[in-house]
Design a protein around this ligand. Structure first.
Ligand SMILES: Cc1cc2nc3c(=O)[nH]c(=O)nc-3n(C[C@H](O)[C@H](O)[C@H](O)COP(=O)(O)OP(=O)(O)OC[C@H]3O[C@@H](n4cnc5c(N)ncnc54)[C@H](O)[C@@H]3O)c2cc1C
Length: 473
């Protein structure tokens, strides 16, 4: 290893998975690395929460297996034997009073085989025939579409949009397809340009395993184990980690021997780190503030609330909605929240954690179930925000009952955990505003490289390489 004075010093701002992966990459390449994290804990949107005597994931709970990127990282930090697979139960879409098994093997809900029994069941025969005609439509149809939603409606019909693409987009990107572009889905825009058909493009993307929402895996004990593993690795590599210190300002210094040094400063002007190069692995609004690039629109920081319930009810043993369900817009349950008229389901998705992850079921014991509901559709605040736990428990129990098709009694809900998140704006969003970082600063995060851990691990590695290259010449 080079003497310390010759090693480039790189500061990584943000200790979520992007920052930790970038820091590890930099340290492995011989840099002297410091991580500056604003919160008291590392992990960002990977976080554990206590529920009924166990710790569950209340943020990210799995990773896409595409490209093997995340699995490779897990292997490199010696945790390959901790990877767990979800039960192959499939998931469902709830559309009004209808519960429909989600056709497997689609890309972002765009069906790959529109006349399969599952797609016909989801769309009805007229809807499936309308979708099946898509490859025959003239290429210009949909050319002027300003969003993914308009494109899907023009090419595949309103049903495919409403019953499949919209709920899947909301589940995967927390964004309505009205606000997404075809470029949001990695590989889809290219495949569509090549094939001139969305169905054919969806098939290509599925075959190349590039689709978000495709096959996933998890870690024994939850995704927080990835953070623990990375933290241990950074300690082993001698990376300095400063927690509970928020970066508020960046300053560039002209040094005598090197052409520039960056200073990362706190609110009170205290210096948190000085370095030859920076990786900003913070949310988009924070990066914009640090770079003086102006704030973000409200849409870049949509909130989502995750509500987890522990439920003692053996009727759920049969996993009535497989690993979980996505809720299409305006779904109305068949019961009522407070004994009055039918109330809409407010949740946008439910994961049946103990059905999806067999190790969680074993840990929970017979008859105990964990479900995770998420609230907050694109552009509107989660309905649960600001409500007390008792109210949220009532809403979540009602929604879980309707989604799972099992009337859950209040006394069977034995515990609740909740957490509010700010979601990034996926690249390819219609309102995306490109952000150019000054030389010497590399950007990382889902808003840079795409939603999901598979994309951001790759992006963080690329950011580390770019920061090191810029700092070394
Ligand atoms: C509810 C939920 C469920 C999800 N489920 C999945 C899933 O199942 N699979 C999947 O692949 N992805 C999932 N995701 C997405 C995934 O969690 C994120 O893409 C990923 O964790 C983002 O990591 P990051 O490091 O880029 O950003 P973050 O995790 O947001 O990390 C940014 C870090 O920067 C820190 N920070 C902020 N401001 C400052 C400052 N001024 N100074 C210093 N530090 C600062 C923050 O405290 C944070 O630790 C989910 C996200 C949520 C919210």
């Amino acid at each position: 290893m080079e003497p310390d004075s010759l090693r480039p010093r790189i500061a990584v701002v943000g200790g979520g998975v992007s920052g930790l992966v970038a820091a590890r990459e930099l340290a492995l390449a011989g840099a002297d690395v410091v991580v500056v994290e604003g919160a008291d804990r590392l992990g960002g949107r990977i976080r554990g929460a206590a529920l009924a005597g166990t710790t569950i994931d209340i943020g990210a709970e799995s990773f896409a297996t595409r490209g093997g990127t995340v699995a490779a990282l897990i292997g490199e930090i010696g945790m390959a034997d901790q990877i767990v697979r979800p039960a192959p139960l499939g998931s469902w879409v709830i559309d009004g009073p209808r519960s429909i098994p989600l056709p497997a093997a689609g890309t972002l809900g765009i069906p790959a085989t529109p006349l399969s029994a599952a797609t016909v069941r989801a769309l009805g025969l007229p809807g499936a025939l309308r979708a099946a005609a898509e490859p025959l439509l003239p290429r210009p149809i949909g050319r002027d579409a300003g969003s993914l939603a308009e494109l899907v409606r023009a090419r595949l019909g309103a049903r495919a949009l409403q019953r499949l693409v919209r709920p899947v987009a909301l589940g995967v990107y927390s964004a309505d397809p009205d606000r997404l572009g075809v470029t949001t889905v990695p590989g889809l825009a290219d495949a569509y340009a090549r094939r001139g058909s969305l169905i054919a493009a969806a098939r290509d993307v599925r075959d190349s395993q590039a689709a978000a929402g495709g096959a996933v895996a998890g870690l024994r004990g939850g995704m927080t184990q990835l953070i623990a593993g990375l933290e241990a690795e950074l300690a082993r590599l001698g990376v300095a980690v400063r927690r509970g210190v928020k970066a508020r300002r960046l300053e560039q210094q002209q040094g005598p021997s090197r052409d520039r040094r960056w200073r990362v400063l706190a609110d009170d002007g205290a210096m948190l780190a000085e370095a030859d190069g920076l990786v900003l692995a913070v949310p988009e609004n924070v990066a914009r503030r640090l770079l003086g690039a102006g704030g973000t629109t409200a849409q870049t920081t949509d909130r989502v609330e995750v509500v987890a319930l522990a439920i003692d009810d053996p009727r759920l043993d049969g996993a009535p909605r497989g690993t979980g369900a996505l809720v299409a817009r305006d779904a109305v349950g068949s019961g009522s929240r407070r004994g009055g008229a039918a109330a809409p389901i407010l949740a946008k998705a439910l994961t049946h954690v103990t059905a999806k992850w067999p190790e969680r079921a074993r840990e929970a014991g017979p008859g105990r179930h964990i479900v995770r509901l998420s609230y907050g559709r694109s552009g509107s605040a989660p309905e649960t925000i600001g409500l007390d736990d008792a109210e949220v428990r009532g809403i979540a129990r009602y929604d879980a009952s309707r989604i799972l098709g099992v009337d859950l009694r209040a006394d069977t809900v034995v515990d609740l955990a909740r957490c509010t998140w700010r979601m990034g704006r996926p690249p390819g969003s219609r309102d995306a505003r490109p952000l150019a970082a000054p030389e010497g600063i590399a950007l990382a995060g889902d808003w840079v490289s795409g939603t999901g851990l598979a994309a951001i691990v790759q992006g963080a590695r690329a950011a580390a390489t770019a920061a090191l290259a810029a700092a070394s010449h």
